[in-house]
Ligand binder design. Structure first.
Ligand code: TYM
Length: 342
C-alpha cells in the first residue's frame, strides 16, 4: 500500500520533540524549533514534547535535568510556540509513551537497531557500557510519534533514520496484526539549516555535547558572546562566491551562508546574490548583526520566563493532560489489537 493510501484515513497531525539533555543550540533552533513555530501557524494540530525519558539514556544530574527541561520549555515559548495553539508537554508526564515504547521493543528487530548511526556515534567504542535505554532509544521515539498517529515529523537531518525506523515499526505492527492502525509518518526536513555545522569544524554537526563551547551558539548566549563566536568562526581565505557551486568544497563557508539564509528566511543563493564577492571580514559583521537581532530577544525572553518556573510547570501540566487525552485511547486500541485483557 502506498504511503498516501495508508495515510489518507489519518487526520494530519504534527509531532516532534527535543531532549532536555543540555542547553539549546542554534542547530536545535534553526533545524527544529523555528520550523515548529512555522507549522503551528499552518492550521494542523501541533504537538511538541520535551523528551526527558530520552535524555536519561545518558546519565543526567537530577537537578540539572529539571532545570534543562524548564529551560527547553522557556526556549519553545520564547521562540514563539503558543500553548493555546500547540500542545507543549514533557514526555514523562504522559506514561503512555513508555507503555507503547515497550510494545514497540517487541516489534523492532535487533538488526534494525544495530544499523542506527546515532547509537554508534553516542555509544562510541565502548558500546558494551552503553545503557540498554540508549540502544532502545529509537523504539521509544517511534512510540512518541505513533502514540498520536502523527503524520508529519519536523526534524533536522540527523533524525531522518529514526523517523524511517518509525515507519518500519508501524508497517511491521500493521502487518503482524493484520490492521491499518498506525500511519506512515513523514519526516519533514526542510529549509537551509537542516544540518547546522560546528563553528570550529565544518565537518562536524553543531551539538550541545561538543566539549568546545566556541563550536556552537547557545540560545542562552548574550549578544557579545554571539558576536565573539561568529567573529572567531573558522573560515577560509577566499571571498564568498556568487554561485552555490563555489561552496562545494568549503564546508565552513557553506555553513555560515546557510545560517545566514535560515535566519534571514531567504535561500542560500539569495545570500550569495547579496554578499557574493565579499571577504569574511565584511560578511561576518553582517551575520553578527542578523544573528544578534534575531537571537538576543529570544535569550532575554527565556531568562525572563525562567524567573517564573511555576508558570512553565503549569503550562506543561496542562499540555500533558491534553496530550494524554489523545494518547490514552490510541494506547488502549493498541492493547486491544495485541490481545491484552481489559
Ligand atoms: P535532539 O534533542 O538531538 O535535537 C532536537 C532537534 O534538533 C535538531 N538538530 C539539528 N538540526 C540542524 N542542525 C543541527 N546541528 C542540529 N542539532 C540538532 C534535531 O534533528 C532534532 O530535530 N531523537 C530526537 C528527539 C526525539 C524526537 C522524538 C524527535 C525524541 N522523540 C519524536 C521527533 C519526534 C533527538 O535526539 O533530538
Amino acid at each position: 500500500m502506498t504511503t498516501e493510501a495508508t495515510n489518507s484515513k489519518f487526520k494530519q497531525r504534527v509531532f516532534s520533540g527535543i531532549q532536555p539533555s543540555g542547553g539549546l543550540t542554534l542547530g536545535n533552533y534553526l533545524g527544529a524549533i523555528r520550523r515548529f513555530v512555522d507549522m503551528q501557524e499552518g492550521g494542523i494540530e501541533t504537538i511538541y514534547c520535551m523528551v526527558d525519558l530520552h535524555a536519561i539514556t545518558v546519565w543526567q544530574d537530577p537537578a540539572a535535568l529539571r532545570h534543562q527541561t524548564r529551560e527547553l520549555a522557556a526556549g519553545y515559548l520564547a521562540a514563539g510556540l503558543d500553548p493555546k495553539k500547540s500542545i507543549l508537554f514533557n514526555q514523562s508526564q504522559v506514561p503512555e509513551h513508555a507503555q507503547l515504547g515497550w510494545v514497540f521493543n517487541c516489534i523492532a528487530r535487533l538488526g534494525w537497531m544495530n544499523r542506527m548511526t546515532q547509537f554508534k556515534d553516542k555509544a562510541g567504542k565502548n558500546a558494551e557500557k552503553a545503557s540498554l535505554g540508549l540502544y532502545a532509544y529509537p523504539s521509544l521515539m517511534a512510540a512518541d510519534i505513533l502514540l498520536y498517529h502523527a503524520t508529519h515529523v519536523p526534524v533536522g537531518e540527523d533524525q531522518k533514520q529514526h523517523v524511517e525506523l518509525t515507519r518500519d515499526i508501524a508497517a511491521k505492527f500493521n502487518h503482524d496484526y493484520g490492521v491499518d492502525f498506525f500511519p506512515m509518518s513523514e519526516p519533514v526536513i526542510e529549509g537551509a539549516a537542516t544540518r547546522v555545522m560546528s563553528l570550529r569544524d565544518g565537518s562536524k554537526k553543531m551539538s550541545k555535547s561538543d566539549p568546545s563551547d566556541a563550536s556552537r551558539i547557545n540560545m542562552t548566549d548574550d549578544a557579545d558572546t554571539i558576536a565573539k563566536k561568529i567573529r572567531k568562526a573558522k573560515t577560509d581565505p577566499e571571498a564568498l562566491p556568487s554561485e552555490l557551486d563555489g561552496l562545494k568544497d568549503r564546508p565552513e563557508a557553506r555553513n555560515l551562508v546557510n545560517i545566514y539564509a535560515a535566519l534571514a528566511g531567504i535561500s542560500p543563493q539569495a545570500v550569495l546574490d547579496q554578499h557574493g564577492g565579499q571577504q569574511f571580514s565584511a560578511f561576518k559583521p553582517a551575520l553578527v548583526d542578523l544573528a544578534v537581532d534575531h537571537l538576543a530577544p529570544i535569550s532575554t525572553e527565556m531568562a525572563r520566563l525562567m524567573q517564573h518556573s511555576d508558570e512553565i510547570d503549569a503550562i506543561l501540566r496542562d499540555g500533558a493532560a491534553r496530550a494524554r487525552a489523545i494518547a490514552s485511547p490510541i494506547l488502549q486500541q493498541t492493547y486491544d489489537i495485541i490481545g491484552m485483557l481489559r
